[in-house]
Write a protein that binds this ligand. Structure first.
Ligand SMILES: Cc1cc2nc3c(=O)[nH]c(=O)nc-3n(C[C@H](O)[C@H](O)[C@H](O)COP(=O)(O)OP(=O)(O)OC[C@H]3O[C@@H](n4cnc5c(N)ncnc54)[C@H](O)[C@@H]3O)c2cc1C
Ligand code: FES
Length: 281
């Protein structure tokens, strides 16, 4: 499977969105529910799962963030971890405050190429954020796919994102979920250990299967080694790369890794592509 370049839309001015509601997801992670101030801007805003937008926090700066695809668009939202200056400024905002949204940008997930296959998600910590829209898409098109398996690991139970959503997803027939915590903790009756240990426990399929993997580099390396060890091909493993973005449209070269620009060629790549980029992992 090959993730193809898809030219980003040229959008240089942000549309204004209003924060409707803020929900705490985990320590330092919040979901912001948004609506377009100008309904016409909202009507023209269409994105595919795996793409991203540049979010402006006025007076602080801009950062890249994943958005949900249609049809969840009627409840537009971003889930953001407080990482530095701009995301901290966002976390200080609340209902009624305004943000800018520029995009959508990037190539998106290759759903047309994976119809008829099993889909395995392996997420570590906030790595579930960019995978969420893919899970929603696959569940909405359930009949086009074989087994759908989510393996999710977090440091503690407080760090598990989207717990209500996961309970809802579990109602979909054939959606298998395995969750683990790094360490045992009081009241946790589930799996303990790093997320890659779930690969064997879940007996994840490798034939006719695509794996979406997202998480911190150390987790990524273990998961890739285990998936390859089970016989999965490098081209069947898909991930999204994170680089600090400036323009988002392929002009400034800020996101360049070798000859690839993550904002326009990515952020979605196969492992086969990623491993040739050298400095990434
Ligand atoms: C396509 C894409 C989608 C994303 N989706 C989400 C999402 O849905 N939710 C979410 O929470 N985050 C997401 N991110 C990450 C998010 O964009 C960053 O966390 C954000 O830029 C942080 O901005 P800041 O100013 O708050 O932090 P900064 O102060 O800029 O830095 C935050 C962290 O990044 C490190 N850093 C600083 N400069 C660089 C650099 N040039 N290259 C690499 N690391 C650097 C710092 O050391 C620090 O640890 C996404 C990133 C990309 C590229
Ligand atoms: S962010 Fe400017 S070229 Fe990618």
């Amino acid at each position: 499977m090959c993730v193809k370049e898809h030219p980003g839309t040229i959008v240089t001015l942000p549309a204004i969105v209003s924060i409707d509601e803020v929900a705490d997801e985990a320590p330092d992670v919040k979901t912001f529910y948004l609506s377009f101030v100008d309904p016409a801007a909202g009507a023209h805003f269409a994105m595919r799962s795996g793409q991203f937008v540049m979010c402006t926090v006025f007076g602080a700066g801009e950062f890249a963030v994943s958005l949900p695809p249609s049809p969840e668009q009627d409840r537009l939202h971003i889930t953001v971890r407080r990482a530095g200056k701009v995301t901290s400024a966002l976390h200080a905002l609340g209902p009624g405050d305004k943000l800018g949204v520029r995009g959508p940008f990037g190539n998106g997930f290759p759903f047309d190429e994976i119809k008829g296959r099993n889909v395995v998600y392996v997420a570590g910590g906030i790595g579930l954020i960019p995978l969420r829209s893919s899970i929603v898409h696959v569940l909405q098109h359930r009949r086009q796919f074989g087994r759908i398996v989510l393996l999710y690991g977090a440091r503690t139970s407080r760090d598990l994102l989207y717990q209500q959503k996961i309970r809802e997803w579990r109602q979909t027939p054939g959606f298998e979920t395995f969750i683990t915590l790094d360490r045992e903790e009081p009241g946790w009756g589930g799996e303990v250990g790093f997320v890659n240990t779930l690969i064997e426990k879940a007996n994840v399929p490798v034939d006719n299967t695509v794996a979406f993997v997202c998480g911190p580099p150390v987790m990524f390396n273990h998961v890739i080694a285990d998936l390859l060890g089970r016989g999965m091909s490098e081209g069947a493993i898909v991930s999204t790369l994170e680089r600090h973005m400036k323009c988002g449209i392929g002009k400034c070269q800020h996101c360049a890794i070798g000859r690839t620009l993550v904002c326009t060629d990515g952020p979605v790549y196969t492992y086969q592509q990623i491993k040739t980029l050298g400095e990434v992992i």
